[in-house]
Design a protein around this ligand. Structure first.
Ligand SMILES: Cc1ncc(COP(=O)(O)OP(=O)(O)O)c(N)n1
Ligand SMILES: Cc1nc(C(=O)O)sc1CCOP(=O)(O)O
Ligand SMILES: [Mg+2]
Length: 516
């Protein structure tokens, strides 16, 4: 257990779950899911169940000594990044599991543990009779719990149907993050609710309900899809979004087929906007509804798009760069007094009119409106406080920062003038820890884009710019590649040249996991 180095490029997941001889649920679902999502899955089978599409006949619990042997033979050879837990057949297994998790987390705290608390088989019958009191020892070891509403009620010994209340209670029992699945309810849509105790934030996603009986193993698949995306280092909100899209895509394979309880279909890495959920948020679901924001002046027919987008921190920089034929530019001021802000912004707007340049003001949307700037750029944290109606009514364009697919979908629902995706690479300009996208993730997110222009930002320099441009983005936003360059004017011209190059690919079929 000293050497927890992995021997494979693929992230390793351990699934500690039961085997379903009918192939729909349990380990079978976990293996199929992890496989198509670019992970390697080791299985420690807790029970050999006897079931088919109609009934559960027996749960034959595995002897704990076998699970211990499997744990020991795997631990140095195939150590896990993520552990996914399903069926725990008895109290003896529970004790073993709690000890295992405590030991693993003491050696490698970053191991993530996902627990899908299966108590009932979907074909009817009890898989496990562990009580909430017995499970209490396990919950503090769990990073992500994925109950349905009924399971959340059982674990909290509550009759509440309020997902907010249930998820808070579950985190009080020690679980760090919860996703309560709404898939089993009625209605036209299925709403899932995630809550992170660390972030103290909730996320809600809704998808149209797909009518099909081919859903056997859907719950196990959802949990193992989450485990797979977490193993690829996606944040909870993005793993949640991708896992919901994965489920939607799988259910659609047998849409409308009823009368036979078939195995859920695991297909491929989700990449079609139609499979992705809608983000429920008070920002996008405002009343009255938000109007679409004015669009930018953009030339797409010559493949150039918006081109280079310098982001600078003074009017002096604007005055230096605008004469070079810049189409779009941003004034990103930090830490100035009210008067200094007013001076800079009013001078910047004047200058932008002189050069007919699309000037965006970062953060200060009220001053941008007051001085008649072309647009404002708003970060995710500031979206809630900004008066988006006022920005639209004043005719200003809106740019929104996004970091990952959840924020991208949320921002896209607002129909802004452009969407920024970052940070593509590590950057020294601001702390983007945990939010570095890389080129593969950028390509995946671009598959979800509509006709709203997309700007890439973060760590883009002369060497990296061609590869980012080739992903098909409409613009490259840069700070230090210009402001820290030995010769900023030359760097600007070089970047402009890259951004005027033809893009070869506008097709992103089956982009594989970020592991490549
Ligand atoms: C084009 C572009 N993209 C992203 C950002 C970042 O904006 P924000 O999230 O508001 O963070 P700060 O820039 O305010 O630190 C941006 N400014 N421009
Ligand atoms: C200001 C900013 N916003 C980012 C985001 O991802 O939202 S990354 C970033 C820094 C961009 O600076 P540079 O080009 O020097 O890396
Ligand atoms: Mg900002």
């Amino acid at each position: 257990m000293n050497n927890l180095l992995s021997h494979t490029d693929k992230p390793i997941i351990w699934s500690i779950s039961g085997a379903d001889c009918s192939g729909g649920a349990g380990i079978a679902a976990d293996i199929k899911t992890a496989h198509v999502l670019g992970c390697e899955l080791c299985h420690l089978v807790t029970a050999n169940t006897v079931q088919n599409s109609q009934q559960l006949v027996a749960v034959n619990a595995t002897d704990v000594t076998i699970l211990q042997q499997q744990e020991q033979i795997l631990i140095t050879d195939k150590p896990p990044q993520v552990i996914k837990i399903g069926l725990i057949a008895n109290a003896e297994q529970l004790d073993w599991l709690v000890n295992l998790l405590v030991m693993l987390k003491s050696k490698k705290p970053e191991i993530m543990v996902v627990y899908d608390p299966v108590g009932q088989a979907s074909v009817g019958g009890g898989l496990s009779s562990l009580s909430p009191a017995q499970l209490a020892a396990l919950l503090p070891c769990i990073d992500l719990l994925t109950p349905n509403l009924e399971e959340a009620q059982q674990l909290t010994e509550s009759v509440s149907e309020d997902m907010t209340e249930l998820s808070r209670r579950l985190t009080q029992l020690g679980v760090k993050q919860v996703i309560i699945k709404g898939g089993h309810g009625g209605g036209e849509t299925s709403v899932d609710y995630a809550y992170s105790a660390n972030e103290q934030r909730a996320y809600q996603l809704v998808s149209p309900r797909i009518v099909t009986d081919y859903s056997h193993g859907g719950g196990c698949t959802f949990a193992s899809a989450l485990a797979s995306f977490l193993a690829h280092h996606y944040l909870l909100r993005d793993a949640f979004t991708l896992a919901k899209a994965f489920i939607q895509q799988g259910l659609k394979q047998h849409q409308g087929k009823l009368g036979y309880y078939g195995a859920f279909e695991q297909t491929q890495w989700p990449g079609k906007l139609a499979d992705f959920p809608r983000v429920i948020t008070e920002i996008s679901d405002q009343s009255p509804p938000l109007p679409a924001f004015n669009s930018l002046s953009i030339e797409r027919d010559n493949h150039q798009g918006l081109g280079l987008y310098p982001v600078v921190d003074s009017v002096e920089w604007l005055a230096r760069l605008m004469p070079l034929g810049i189409n779009i530019i941003q004034l990103r001021l930090k830490g100035l007094s009210e008067q200094a802000l007013r001076d800079e912004i009013s001078r910047a707007v004047e200058l932008s009119q002189q050069y007919d340049c699309q000037l965006f003001i970062n953060d200060y949307w009220q001053l941008a409106i007051e001085y008649g700037a072309y647009g404002v750029h708003i970060g995710q944290e500031d979206l809630i406080d900004a008066d988006l109606h006022a920005i639209a009514q004043a005719g200003l364009r809106l740019g929104v920062s996004t970091h990952g697919c959840y924020e991208f979908l949320l921002a896209q629902q607002l129909k802004p003038s452009y969407l920024a995706i970052g940070a593509i690479f590590p950057t020294t300009t601001k702390d983007m820890t945990g939010q570095i996208q890389g080129l593969n993730n950028l390509r995946q997110i671009l598959q979800l884009a509509t006709d709203i222009p997309v700007v890439a930002i973060g760590g883009i320099n002369l060497e990296r710019a061609p590869a980012v441009w080739q992903t098909g983005v409409d613009s490259l936003a840069v700070v230090t590649a210009i402001t820290h360059a030995e010769n900023p004017e030359q760097a600007t011209r070089d970047l402009q040249r890259i951004c005027s190059g033809k893009k070869d690919l506008y097709q992103f079929d089956s982009v594989k996991a970020s592991c490549s």
